[in-house]
Design a protein around this ligand. Structure first.
Ligand code: UD1
Length: 430
């Protein structure tokens, strides 16, 4: 168990390179199950969600070779198991993509319901399972395990009752080798959905319309291997943009697709922060206390719910009162208790938070409640005066590659400390 120790109050200045997108790679690695040859994937972030997904595929029989720190070769021709136990799926929400990928590969899947970040409410899978059924699969849940099987999957017209990233991806995976045409209406439009479609098409699939709310998939009988590079991570980039803004910094966020960041850029600009777009970078310059603004999370291209906790930190120290409405998840304000410990003034009523900006946050012992809440705690610690200690960094490691190194290179005073070392430290202090 590790924790982060931050001495806050230092402006972030310099450059940061953004890694490959977590939410794309956790869909693309399972998608290699559909290929009948080797896939070589570049720009893979070194994060624990990826390690876990690789471990699962390895246990299923895949051969995985690390070519260099961020490139993998995956050969799934040797996969000989179609069951995945809860011991493996409990660590990773995206393990549910194995259901769609296995169904697409061999019309059969036996996968335990996933674990992963719990934002404080239920994370249903009804749209995933209904999609599989509409493609002709029989689906049942027995003792927490999803059993799905079909003689042959057949394309279908599927209207999604809610815009769901996970269900859109899972249906794409199952439909890509199904007989005939599948049309997903009211599909999610996130950048990682487009990335998955591009990956599948690189393997010979026929997927059109990804990035719009109608995706058309004409099933093909065979998918070959391919070389592919994962897109940059929109949320990692947004996290560093907000960290720069919250510390009054001047940071060039490199290796990004500025279009993917537009909703975040727009809110920072509303807060009085300068954002200068380059071809594949954005420079964030903040010279004074941010202005207030209101924001509402929405599916893409709206403001991403996965940036909501980080933006809340900026608004907690803004001039005036801001309102955040969370429209994607039932309960995503658990982290507010931690910010309150640092002196923030935030009232939460259901899916709405009212933030009275305070002049400064004060360092405190805090914890990460989930991945993005953890990122928010880091930003809070960097912006605060004094020392903060963040526990549960295991959540942060799920989605941020080398976060301590990247922040330190921009002037942050942040260290990873083993909690096992604690007794010595406390003794010394005591
Ligand atoms: C993905 C992201 C997560 C992000 C979320 C929304 C990954 C690995 N995770 O999660 O970080 O916060 O998108 O951008 O990519 N819903 C249903 N029924 C379903 C599925 C979802 O009602 O079958 C609801 C959910 O309760 C939620 C909304 O749809 O209110 C959006 O969920 P969804 O887009 O599916 O999120 P995930 O794919 O789990």
């Amino acid at each position: 168990m590790d924790k982060f120790v931050i001495h806050g109050g230092k402006r972030l200045c310099g450059e940061v390179n953004i890694s490959g997108a977590k939410n794309a790679v956790v869909a693309i690695i399972p998608a290699t199950l559909l290929a009948e040859d080797v896939c070589r994937i570049e720009n893979i972030p070194n994060i624990s969600d990826v390690s876990m997904m690789i471990k699962i595929l390895h246990e299923m029989g895949a051969k995985i070779k690390m070519i260099n720190e961020n490139t993998l070769e995956i050969d799934t021709r040797t996969v000989n198991s179609y069951s995945v136990s809860y011991d493996l799926t409990k660590h990773l929400r995206a393990s549910y993509y194995l259901i769609g990928a296995l169904l697409g590969r061999c019309n059969f899947a036996n996968v335990a319901m996933p674990g992963g970040c719990n934002f404080g409410g239920v994370r249903p899978m009804d749209q995933h399972l209904r999609g599989f059924e509409m493609l002709g699969a029989n689906v049942s849940i027995d003792k927490g395990v999803v059993n799905a099987s079909a003689e042959k999957l057949t394309g279908s017209s599927i209207y999604m009752d809610v815009v769901s990233v996970g269900a859109t991806i899972n249906i794409m995976l199952a439909a890509v080798k199904a007989r005939g045409l599948t049309v997903i209406e009211n599909a999610a439009k996130e950048p990682h959905i487009v990335d998955l479609a591009n990956f599948l098409n690189s393997m010979g699939a026929d997927v059109r319309g990804a990035g719009t709310d109608v995706i058309k998939i004409r099933g093909v009988p065979y998918l070959h291997g391919c070389d592919y590079s994962i897109i940059p991570d929109q949320i990692e980039a947004g996290t560093y943009m907000v960290a720069a803004a919250a510390t009054g910094g001047d940071v060039v966020v490199k290796n990004v697709i500025p279009k993917h960041l537009e909703s975040i850029t727009a809110k920072l600009v509303e807060c009085g922060v300068d954002v200068i777009e380059g071809d594949d970078s954005v420079r964030v310059v903040a010279s004074c206390r941010p202005n207030r603004c209101n924001l509402k999370t929405m599916p893409h291209p709206g403001f991403p719910t996965d940036m909501q906790p980080q933006m809340a930190v900026l608004l907690a120290i803004a001039k005036g009162t801001s309102i955040i409405s969370e429209s994607v998840w039932e309960n995503r304000f658990k982290y507010v208790d931690q910010l309150t410990r640092m002196g923030a003034s935030i009232q939460v009523d259901g899916k709405v938070a009212v933030l009275e900006g305070v002049e400064e946050l004060k360092g405190a012992p805090i914890k990460a409640d989930d991945l993005r809440a953890g990122a928010a705690m880091i930003i809070a610690g960097l912006a605060a005066t004094g020392m903060s200690e963040i526990e549960n960094v295991i959540y942060i490691d799920r989605g941020y590659e080398n976060i301590v190194e990247k922040l330190s290179a921009m002037g942050a005073d942040i260290k990873r400390v083993k909690i096992d070392d604690e007794p010595t430290r406390i003794q010394t202090a005591g």
